[in-house]
Design a protein around this ligand. Structure first.
Ligand SMILES: Cc1ncc(COP(=O)(O)O)c(C=O)c1O
Length: 518
C-alpha cells in the first residue's frame, strides 16, 4: 500500500544552537534589498561557486550573508521589477507569500522541469509553484487541452462534459463517489467546514496545531505560529490570523498532529458539540510529517463515534504523493477530501469530494455549494488532461525513484560531514530536513534550525535549483519531466552546503530566531 520512503536521521549528535537571542529577522522589502552591496559580477548558477570564493566563514549568518549577496548579484532584473511593482502592489507582489528574502525572483517562463528567471538564468524547478506543477511547465497535453478550450470559449457558468470526466477520474483515484469544484484550496476547505456544520447542526470544529488550510475565517487560526504563542500542549491557544475575530477562532479546538489521546479528550470535553475535524493526513507546510501507523483510522473512528465528520485536506498531497493522495495511500476513507494545486496543471482550481451521505446535503439543498467559476471549462480541460493523460501510474513510480536517489545522495553527503539530517519521499514530494530526529508534530518542527534551512534554499538557488523559499517549511515538488541530471544538481548543492557548514561549530544565528516558523 505505502510505496514511499522515510529515512530517519543519523547517530550524529544534534548541534547546539546556543545563544540565539536576537529575534529581529530582517524581512527583505523592495526598499531594504540592496543589489548594490552585492558583487558586481552577475553569477550564473554554474559560475556562482562559493568554493572558489572565500575566506573561511565561521557562522551560519556569514554563510547566509555571502549566499544572499551572490543571489542578489544574479537577480538584478528581479530587484528592478520588485522596486517597480512596489508602486502598484503592496509589498511588490501579488500574494504576500510570494515575498521572500533576499528578493522575490521574477520568473519569465517555464518548460518541463525548468524555469527561467527575469535575468535569463535557467533553474531546475523543484518549487513547482508551491506544489502545483507535478505535470511540469507547458506539458504538451495540457497545452493542447487548454488551447482547444480557449478557442471554444472559456466560461459559461453552465456545466461542460469535462466536469463529469474529471469527477469520474477523482472518484476512481480517491474512492469518494461525488465531487464538486472550487477555484482554490481555500474555497475547498471552507466548503468542507460549511458542510460539517450544515449536516450536523453543530458549531465546533477541530483542527491540527500549526496547519494551514487557506485564508478564510473558519480555519486561519493557529497557523504558522511561533513556539511562544502556542500555549499549553493540553489546551493550545486559538490564535486567529490578522483580520479574523477571536470569536471565529473560538469555534475551533486545536490538537497536536499524531495524538489520538488529545483528540479523544477534546471530543469528550465537548460531547455533542463537535461538527467535525479537518486535517492534512500528511502534514505539509511543516516539511513533511507522516501520520503514525493507525493515526488516520483512529481519527476517523473517534470523530465518527462522537457524531462528527472528517475532512482530509489534500490540497498539497492529493495526486502528488500517490495517485489517490494520502487517502488511497493509507487506505483510510474520510467523509470529505479537499483538493486544489496539482489538479489544474497550473490553472487555478479546487475540488471537494464526499461520501454519498455528505454530498446529499448539497443535492437536497441543505448546503448551497456555489461559485461563478466553479467547474470553469478552462480548468476542467486542464484537469482532464492532468488526470487522464499526464499523471499515469508510471509517472509516480519514476518520480519516487528519482526522489529516493536525491534523498540518499543528500543524506550521505550531510552525514559524512557530521550534519544531522533526515528526510522523506512520497511520490513527487520529498524533503531533506536539517535535524536529527524526525518530527511528529508542529512543536517539534519549530525546533528545526531556520538559518541552515534558509542556507539550503540559497545554496540550491545559487546552484541552479529553484526550491520554494522558507527552506524549513517547504518540500521539493518533482514533475514528470525531471531527469537524473536534475536530481544530481540538487545533491551537488546539498553536498556543497554540507562541506561548508561542517567546520561551523557555533550554530547560533542573529538573523533568525529560535522556535519560529520562518
Ligand atoms: C494544506 C493546504 N490547504 C489549503 C491551502 C489553500 O490553497 P489555496 O492557496 O489554493 O487557496 C493550502 C495552500 O498552500 C495548503 O497548503
Amino acid at each position: 500500500m505505502m510505496s514511499s520512503t522515510e529515512t530517519a536521521g543519523t547517530d550524529t549528535p544534534s548541534v547546539e544552537a546556543a545563544g540565539a537571542t536576537a529575534t529581529s529577522a530582517p524581512t527583505a522589502s523592495p526598499e531594504t534589498a540592496s543589489p548594490e552591496t552585492a558583487s558586481p559580477e552577475t553569477a550564473s548558477p554554474e559560475t556562482a561557486s562559493p568554493e572558489t570564493a572565500i575566506p573561511a566563514i565561521t557562522s551560519l549568518d556569514g554563510l547566509v550573508e555571502r549566499e544572499e549577496a551572490a543571489f542578489l548579484a544574479r537577480t538584478q532584473r528581479s530587484a528592478e521589477l520588485w522596486e517597480r511593482a512596489s508602486h502598484v502592489m503592496p509589498g511588490g507582489v501579488a500574494s504576500s507569500w510570494a515575498s521572500s528574502r533576499p528578493v522575490p525572483v521574477w520568473v519569465d517562463r517555464g518548460l518541463g522541469g525548468h524555469v527561467w528567471d527575469a535575468d535569463g538564468t535557467e533553474y531546475v524547478d523543484m518549487h513547482g509553484g508551491y506544489g502545483v506543477n507535478v505535470v511540469g511547465h507547458a506539458h504538451p497535453a495540457v497545452v493542447e487541452a487548454v488551447q482547444r478550450r480557449v478557442a471554444l470559449g472559456t466560461h459559461f457558468a453552465q456545466p461542460t462534459e469535462d466536469t463529469i470526466v474529471v469527477g469520474e477520474a477523482l472518484r476512481s483515484r480517491f474512492g469518494l463517489p461525488m465531487w464538486r469544484y472550487t477555484n482554490s484550496g481555500t474555497e475547498a476547505t471552507m466548503d468542507a467546514v460549511h458542510l460539517m456544520r450544515a449536516i450536523t447542526g453543530r458549531s465546533l470544529v477541530i483542527k491540527i496545531e500549526g496547519t494551514y488550510h487557506g485564508h478564510h475565517d473558519a480555519l486561519m487560526v493557529s497557523s504558522f505560529r511561533s513556539a511562544a504563542q502556542l500555549g499549553s500542549i493540553d489546551d493550545p491557544h486559538r490564535v486567529p490570523g490578522s483580520g479574523i475575530p477571536q470569536a471565529m477562532a473560538d469555534l475551533l479546538r486545536i490538537v497536536p498532529f499524531n495524538d489520538l489521546e488529545a483528540l479523544q479528550r477534546v471530543l469528550e470535553a465537548h460531547a455533542g458539540q463537535i461538527a467535525g475535524m479537518i486535517l492534512e493526513p500528511m502534514m505539509m507546510n511543516a516539511g513533511i510529517i507522516s501520520p503514525k501507523p493507525g493515526y488516520l483510522q483512529g481519527v476517523v473512528d473517534l470523530v465518527h463515534a462522537h457524531g462528527g465528520l472528517v475532512a482530509f485536506d489534500e490540497v498539497k498531497t492529493g495526486m502528488v504523493v500517490h495517485p489517490g493522495g494520502v487517502t488511497a495511500m493509507y487506505g483510510v476513507q474520510p467523509d470529505m477530501v479537499c483538493l486544489a494545486k496539482a489538479l489544474g496543471g497550473g490553472v487555478p482550481c479546487g475540488a471537494i469530494g464526499g461520501t454519498a451521505e455528505v454530498m446529499a446535503a448539497i443535492t437536497d439543498g441543505r448546503y448551497d455549494q456555489v461559485g461563478t467559476f466553479n467547474g470553469n471549462p478552462l480548468t476542467m480541460a486542464a484537469a482532464r488532461a492532468v488526470l487522464t493523460e499526464v499523471l499515469t501510474p508510471e509517472s509516480y513510480v519514476r518520480a519516487e525513484q528519482l526522489g529516493r536517489q536525491m534523498l540518499a545522495g543528500s543524506l550521505a553527503a550531510l552525514h559524512q560531514n557530521g550534519q544531522p539530517a533526515y528526510g522523506a519521499v512520497h511520490g513527487f514530494k520529498g524533503s531533506v530536513v536539517f535535524h536529527g530526529t524526525p518530527c511528529t508534530d508542529y512543536r517539534e518542527f519549530l525546533e528545526i534550525d531556520l538559518a541552515i534551512s534558509h542556507c539550503h534554499f540559497l545554496y540550491q538557488h545559487n546552484g541552479g535549483v529553484f526550491l520554494p523559499p522558507w527552506g524549513k517549511s517547504e518540500s521539493w515538488t518533482l514533475c514528470v519531466s525531471h531527469s537524473d541530471a536534475d536530481g544530481e544538481r540538487y545533491v551537488d548543492n546539498v553536498a556543497r552546503l554540507a562541506r561548508d557548514v561542517a567546520p561551523i561549530v557555533d550554530r547560533s544565528s542573529l538573523i533568525f530566531g529560535e522556535g519560529q516558523y520562518n
